[in-house]
Write a protein that binds this ligand. Structure first.
Ligand code: NI
Ligand code: MN
Length: 229
């Protein structure tokens, strides 16, 4: 049975008995982080986009563990240039295998840049991730607004959808609940809130909207909390 552990902001670990997958491992400098970069040892790292609050500690973790790092083309190529031997540039619509599962990159409406030593590098565009792992399908929306093609992503048959609710940089509560209506997962998990002042939100209101307007169950994870599904 796979388990999803929330590490704070948009960082998660997806694990089964054999494999650990980290998603957007922003831990250093994350005021809500429940662990540190040194304390996790993923076999695979999946990235939604280049923003520093998503790439986070990827380079250090990947160099230490040899993890395979799957990202959109420009970010993956930039990571290769940083000495990440397992960097795997991919792009929207493509499905890429990793030990224990696969990921399909989907569109996301957002921007994507990485601030490195005072300038922006690693442009390209952002993605969402449809992850098949441990017999389950989990969608990580990444940072995005609401968009109608989420209905197509819902046709993948989602056990879990992880969506941002913080507003300001992404969907807010009401659009995130509408997204769940299109995605039709069994479980809806909010992220990307309460890390910084502009994205302060009440996840209980998201859960209420989801359960009032969709068939999904809202599951609010505190940083460090693990959910088996
Ligand atoms: Ni972002
Ligand atoms: Mn973000």
């Amino acid at each position: 049975m796979p388990a999803l552990t929330y590490l704070g902001h948009s960082a998660f670990l997806l694990e089964d008995a054999a494999q650990t997958v980290a998603i957007d491992p922003f831990l250093t400098g994350n005021p809500t982080a429940s662990t540190t970069a040194d304390a996790i040892a993923p076999d695979t790292i999946l990235l939604t986009h280049a923003h520093n609050d998503h790439v986070g500690d990827t380079v250090a973790i990947a160099k230490r563990t040899g993890a395979k790092v799957i990202a959109t083309f420009e970010l993956g190529t930039w990571l290769e240039g940083q000495g990440v031997a397992g960097a795997t540039p991919a792009n929207h619509g493509g499905t890429v295998a990793f030990p224990g599962g696969t990921v399909k990159l989907t569109p996301a409406w957002h921007t994507s840049s990485y601030e490195h030593e005072g300038s922006f590098v690693a442009p390209g565009i952002p993605a969402g991730l449809v992850v098949r792992f441990g017999g389950k399908t989990v969608y990580f929306a990444g940072d995005t607004c609401l968009f109608g093609d989420m209905a197509l992503i819902g046709e993948e048959g989602l056990d879990v959808a992880v969506v941002p609710i913080g507003d300001h940089f992404t969907m807010g509560l009401e659009d995130a609940a509408r997204a769940i209506g299109l995605l039709k997962p069994k479980i809806a998990i909010p992220c990307h809130f309460n890390t910084f002042a502009p994205i302060r939100q009440d996840p209980a209101e998201f859960k209420r909207l989801v359960e009032e307007h969709t068939a999904a169950t809202g599951v609010i994870l505190a940083p460090g909390q693990r959910h088996e599904f």
